[in-house]
Design a protein around this ligand. Structure first.
Ligand code: SF4
Ligand code: SF4
Length: 671
């Protein structure tokens, strides 16, 4: 996807609010249902931990995979292992040769390998039997959620689609919409002699295929035709049926909010009977032939296997700021959102990773918090960007400019290095000292006034900060997020060498991106015996030394910067400081602390895709409005800048930095 295309998509998405709103409403319904049923799954966290452990131990385990193959064969499955997507398609085409109709249930991997399109070229009709998938198939648009693929379409749109398809008026009544399509799907299933399903898990010790579904058609696809083809991936193998049940529980609860799905099928090969003289006869009532096609496509050999821990629950999509703006324009057909781009990158499909939007991630990290397998999509996408940079693929011109600027000017803002220290003129700051203020590129160049206030506040705390002046380098945060890992490390190491030379024992930053970048290589602070803190942490430690008169700014809320909160776990310190400087307590937004929404600026998104950053920023401002706030407080220059730039039609919302409020609250004798 080129930037031009991304921009067009953002514009389209912003113009077509109906679809976006519909998708978000559906997401809200899932979350509400989860809340309603939360007490019925009290062991949710334990289940997530178990899932992570299961996946860590199983994905890529060749021994376990071979055990699964042996058991499946013992049970009468014909097993095909396809090394590539093309090989899988060839095998499936051989299997369906001579048939002209295939009925298929929900399966991500069949979308990944474009099975329906491929069989279509051979003149074989593939009919989706999941209602949502069938709607998507008829509409030609992309699925928006793994288990609710058509959740972004209104009932009116679906009624128009069905009316056109059936050649007669179909009402908007959901029951009527379901009825007419159920009848059509049933007639296809009764005629088809081949059924294709996916699998939610394959169990090694039992040699079983486990399929979760709600509508019942997956079971019909598996049981009514003569031949059942299971198309799955090598990463779906888990040790036991118990592990598979854990997958189904989590997948159901997180994707629908229900405690248990309508159906869970455990299939252990062709049906058989031994009712006549105790002799086994296969294929008595169900399919005679059950084939399982494992698509590997680089999975077993991949170095980073974390993307393959996915169980397709869609939770990451519900919380992803980019997905909430772009919808299915972010991700791949089989794997939506950032996870799709990460999976493509980890499988070495770099062009696909670019098209999927590897550069659209704001690095907010919300997805990892909500993912039942704790998949670190943010890190995965940063690594993918590293692979892209190495392979010289998918270069984003605006990102290249940022990186060149970091190399040439020691800041990403293309400003000569000597100007970075202008803010400190006349402050008499010394270049050496135990406590060093690291102003950072953004505060120095975008909010020089804030940098001066930081010095005043630190002095009010009784600490005379040292400052490196023009010698201050870039911390490397931007370079790392854009995939320039070697440069980022080099910069972090050089910064620590500078701190050491300056005699620093403690480094205070006003930008959370700086403290997170400097703490990222955890061996560096240890090696040099230097503690790196964000300003909010420093002030919190020195609150007792400050003579503060609380200020009244009216109803306000605090926005947790992703680099400070989720990245460094700093949630309480800014709130303690705010409690001391404001006369009225702040109100929390619905999404705060670990679940905080994103401002839209990070990961190079604001630089390369300002329209996307602005839409995400608007969403965050709306969240503040929703709790009655008239001011947003934050403690990051990037967040502040993007939120200020993202004001929508509803009018402007002041966005102030924490240091600004502390400065205002300082007694005159401390100013
Ligand atoms: S890190 Fe944030 S923007 Fe990136 S994929 Fe995850 S939720 Fe989406
Ligand atoms: S990446 Fe995690 S949250 Fe997203 S669909 Fe997969 S399992 Fe669910």
């Amino acid at each position: 996807m080129t930037q031009k295309e991304v921009r067009a998509r953002v514009r389209e998405a912003a113009a077509d609010r109906g679809r976006l709103d519909c998708m978000r409403q559906s997401f809200g319904t899932i979350l509400d249902r989860q809340k309603e049923n939360a007490d019925r799954i009290p062991d949710l966290e334990a289940r997530k931990e178990r899932l992570r452990k299961t996946k860590e131990a199983s994905v890529g385990d060749e021994g376990l995979f071979l055990e699964a193959l042996a058991r499946l064969e013992e049970n009468g499955f014909r097993v095909i292992v396809a090394k590539t997507a093309d090989a899988a398609l060839r095998s499936i085409r051989d299997e369906v040769k001579g048939y002209d109709l295939v009925v298929k249930s929900k399966s991500n991997v069949t979308k990944e390998i474009h099975l329906a399109e491929s069989l279509g070229k051979d003149g074989i009709s593939v009919i989706e039997t999941d209602l949502g998938d069938r709607i998507i198939q008829l509409s030609g648009c992309e699925a928006a959620h793994p288990t609710g693929p058509a959740c972004h379409m209104t009932r009116r749109e679906i009624s128009e689609l069905f009316s056109k398809h059936f050649g007669e008026e179909v009402s908007e009544d959901p029951l009527e919409l379901t009825r007419v399509m159920r009848e059509e799907i049933a007639s296809y299933i009764s005629k088809a002699r081949v059924g294709v399903t996916g699998a939610n898990a394959i169990t090694a010790s039992e040699g079983a295929v486990v399929i979760v579904h709600n509508e019942g058609n997956a079971a019909k696809c598996a049981m009514l035709p003569d031949k059942h083809i299971v198309v799955t991936t090598t990463d779906k193998v888990v040790p036991t049926l118990d592990d598979a049940i854990n997958v189904t529980k989590l997948q159901t609860y997180l994707s629908t909010g229900k405690i248990v799905s309508s159906y869970i099928n455990v299939i252990t090969g062709p049906s058989y009977t031994a009712d006549i003289e105790k002799k086994v006869y296969r294929g008595m009532h169900g399919p005679k032939d059950v084939v399982i096609v494992f698509v590997d496509d680089g999975r077993m050999a991949a170095q980073d296997k974390e993307a393959m821990y996915c169980i397709g629950c869609g939770m990451c999509l519900l919380h992803c700021p980019t997905y909430n703006v772009l919808g299915p324009g972010y991700g791949t057909p089989g794997h939506m959102g950032g996870h799709g781009a990460y999976l493509a990158g980890s499988l070495g499909n770099l062009d696909e990773a670019v098209d999927a939007g590897a550069n659209l991630c704001t690095s907010c990290g919300a997805c990892r918090v909500v993912c039942p397998a704790s998949i670190d999509i943010k890190k995965g996408l940063i690594d993918t960007r590293g692979k892209l940079a190495k392979a010289k693929k998918g270069a984003v011109p605006e990102h290249s400019v940022l990186v060149a600027s970091v190399k040439n000017y020691a800041n990403p803002w293309q400003v000569p290095r000597r100007r970075k220290a202008n803010w400190a003129r006349g402050l008499g700051l010394r270049p050496r000292g135990e406590v060093l203020y690291f102003a950072g590129c953004s505060t120095s160049l975008l909010s020089p006034d804030a940098a001066r206030k930081v010095v005043r506040v630190m002095r009010a705390c009784g600490v005379e900060p040292a400052y490196l002046g023009q010698a201050e380098r870039c911390c490397g945060s931007t370079a790392r997020k854009l995939g320039e890992e070697p440069l980022a490390r080099e910069l972090a190491e050089a910064c620590f060498a500078d701190f050491k030379k300056a005699g620093a024992r403690q480094v205070v930053t006003s930008c959370p991106g700086c403290s997170s970048a400097l703490n990222h290589y955890s061996e560096l602070p240890k090696k040099h015996g230097i503690q790196v803190l964000h300003l909010s942490q420093f002030i919190c430690e020195h609150l007792a030394e400050l003579n503060l008169t609380p200020v009244d700014i009216g109803p306000a809320t605090y926005h947790d910067p992703c680099d400070l909160g989720r990245e460094q776990g700093v949630y309480e310190e800014p709130r303690k400081v705010l409690a001391a400087v404001l006369s009225t307590p702040t109100t929390e937004m619905e999404r705060s602390r670990e679940m905080s929404g994103c401002c839209g600026s990070g990961g190079g998104v604001r630089s390369a895709y300002p329209e996307l950053a602005a839409e995400i920023g608007k969403d965050r401002i709306q969240m503040a409005r929703d709790v009655g706030a008239a001011t947003i407080i934050t403690s990051c220059p990037w967040c502040r800048q993007n939120l200020l730039e993202s004001q929508g039609e509803a009018g402007s919302m002041p966005v102030v930095d924490l240091v600004e409020l502390i400065d205002r609250a300082l007694a005159d004798d401390q100013r």
